[in-house]
Design a binder for this molecule. Structure first.
Ligand code: PLP
Length: 408
C-alpha cells in the first residue's frame, strides 16, 4: 500500500510536460535517471531571467549585470547550503557531472607519478571511468577496479585489499545509474583517507533522491548534474574541499579565471573563479538554485519515502511476470529497476513501451562493464521520481505484459 506522504496530484500539476500524450497515450515518464522533468517554478525562473535581467556577470558596472551577478551568486550559496559545503568558493559551477570529473582528472595530471594507483568501482558510468583511464595514459598511473557481485553490490573486502600507500585517488558513484545500488561511500571514503588517498564521489544519481552532506561525508570531491534533479541541462556543480581546489591547476584558460594577464605571465583568480573560465551558464546556474528550492520545499525525506514505496510496489508487480529478471538485487537502492525478459531484446521491449506512451531507457546505460559482468547486451531500465504514481506503475506492468505477448 503506497502511503501518500505528500499531495501527489498537486505535485504533478507543477510539471506541465506530464499532461502531454505520446503516441496517443498519456505520457508515463520513467526515464528519470537519464533526465528528470522540470517544474513550472524552474521554467518560470528561466523565463524571468531572459525577460528581465539577462546580462553578463562579474564584470559589468551596469544594473542588469549586477542583478544577474547577485542572483547567480545566491544560487551558488543555495547549492552550498544544500550540500552543506563549508564555503561558497568550494562550489564550482560546471556543465554537469562529466565536466566536474574531467576537471578533477585533468588537475591530478601534475600530482600523480608513474606507478601510483587509482581505484575505480565496477559499478561506474563511463563518465567516471574514461577520464581516469586518460589520466593513467598521461601519467603512467595504474587503474584498479573494486569488483561487484551478482546482487549488484561492491565487494568491499576486495576494496580494502586494493588500498595501499600507492593509492592516490579513489572514485566511485554514490548510486549506480544502471542498477540503483546505493554504495557504502562512508566506508569507501574513510578507508581511502587512512592511506592518504583523495576521494571523488559521483553524485549524479544520488542527488535527486538523497541529500548528501559533504562535510559529514568528509568527501574531497562530489559532482552532480542539475538536469537529473529538476533543473536545466548544461549545468552542474563540483564540490571540492578548498585545500584540494587550491592544489589543482586551472582546467581551462580564459576570461573570468585570471587575476592579471601579461604576455610574460598570468596569475589566476581566487576560488571559485579559477575554475570558471569564460561566460558561464548564468541562467542555468540560477535555475539550478530554483530546482533545489523546489525539491527542498517538498523535502528529501518525503521524496525518499515515497519513491521507496513506488520501488517496492513496482518490483513486486514486475517480478510477477514470468521470465522477468531484475538486475541489482539489493535492499540499499534508489527507485531504479533494470530488467530483462527471457528471450527478448531490451530494445524491442522499450520500443513497444514507447508506442504505449511509456518512456523507459534501454541499452547499456553508459555502464558497459556492468552489462559485461552479467553477460547481457543491456537492460530495460525504469527509473522513478517523486512525481510518478502507483497508477503509472500499473501502466508500466500491463504494457510490459503486452509487449511480451506481442514479441514472444
Ligand atoms: N555519472 C552517473 C552515475 C550518471 O548516471 C550520469 C548520467 O547519466 C553521469 C555521470 C553523466 O552525467 P552528465 O551527462 O549530466 O554529465
Amino acid at each position: 500500500m503506497i502511503q501518500t506522504v505528500f499531495d501527489i496530484l498537486s505535485i504533478r500539476k507543477d510539471f506541465p510536460i506530464l499532461n502531454r500524450k505520446v503516441n496517443g497515450y498519456p505520457l508515463v515518464y520513467l526515464d528519470n535517471a537519464a533526465t528528470s522533468q522540470t517544474p513550472k517554478k524552474v521554467i518560470d525562473t528561466i523565463v524571468d531571467y531572459y525577460s528581465n535581467y539577462n546580462a553578463n556577470i562579474h564584470r559589468g558596472v551596469h544594473s542588469l549585470s549586477q542583478e544577474a551577478t547577485d542572483v547567480y551568486e545566491q544560487a551558488r550559496q543555495k547549492i552550498q547550503r544544500h550540500f552543506n559545503a563549508a564555503r561558497p568558493q568550494e562550489i564550482i559551477f560546471t556543465s554537469g557531472t562529466t565536466h566536474g570529473i574531467n576537471l578533477v582528472a585533468n588537475g591530478f595530471t601534475s600530482l600523480l607519478e608513474k606507478g601510483d594507483e587509482i581505484i575505480v568501482s565496477a559499478l561506474e558510468h563511463h563518465s567516471n571511468i574514461v577520464p581516469w583511464q586518460m589520466l593513467c595514459e598521461r601519467t603512467g598511473a595504474v587503474l584498479k577496479v573494486i569488483p561487484m557481485n551478482l546482487e549488484g553490490q561492491l565487494v568491499m573486502g576486495e576494496y580494502h585489499k586494493l588500498l595501499s600507500q600507492r593509492t592516490k585517488l579513489v572514485f566511485c558513484n554514490h548510486v549506480s545509474n544502471a542498477l540503483g545500488t546505493i554504495n557504502p561511500i562512508e566506508e569507501i571514503i574513510a578507508a581511502a583517507h587512512k592511506v592518504g588517498a583523495a576521494v571523488l564521489i559521483d553524485g549524479a544519481q544520488a542527488a535527486p533522491h538523497i541529500k548528501a552532506d559533504v562535510q559529514k561525508l568528509d568527501v574531497d570531491f562530489y559532482v552532480v548534474s542539475a538536469h537529473k534533479m529538476c533543473g536545466p541541462t548544461g549545468v552542474g556543480m563540483l564540490y571540492g574541499k578548498e585545500e584540494w581546489l587550491n592544489k589543482l591547476p586551472p582546467y581551462q584558460g580564459g576570461g573570468e579565471m585570471i587575476a592579471e594577464v601579461t604576455f610574460e605571465k598570468t596569475t589566476y583568480a581566487e576560488l571559485p573563479h579559477k575554475f570558471e573560465a569564460g561566460t558561464p551558464n548564468i541562467c542555468g546556474g540560477i535555475a539550478f538554485g530554483a530546482a533545489l528550492d523546489y525539491m527542498n520545499a517538498i523535502g528529501f525525506d518525503a521524496i525518499a519515502q515515497y519513491e521507496q514505496e513506488l520501488l517496492e510496489y513496482a518490483t513486486q508487480e514486475l517480478l510477477a511476470i514470468d521470465g522477468l529478471k531484475i538486475y541489482g538485487d539489493t535492499k540499499e537502492k534508489t527507485a531504479v529497476i533494470s530488467f530483462n525478459i527471457e528471450g527478448l531484446h531490451p530494445y524491442d521491449i522499450g520500443s513497444i513501451l514507447d508506442k504505449l506512451g511509456v518512456a523507459v531507457r534501454t541499452g547499456h546505460h553508459c555502464a558497459q562493464p556492468i552489462m559485461d559482468f552479467y553477460k547481457i547486451p543491456g537492460t530495460v531500465r525504469a527509473s522513478f521520481s517523486f512525481y510518478n504514481t502507483k497508477e503509472e506503475v500499473d501502466i508500466l506492468v500491463s504494457s510490459v505484459r503486452r509487449a511480451k505477448t506481442m514479441l514472444l
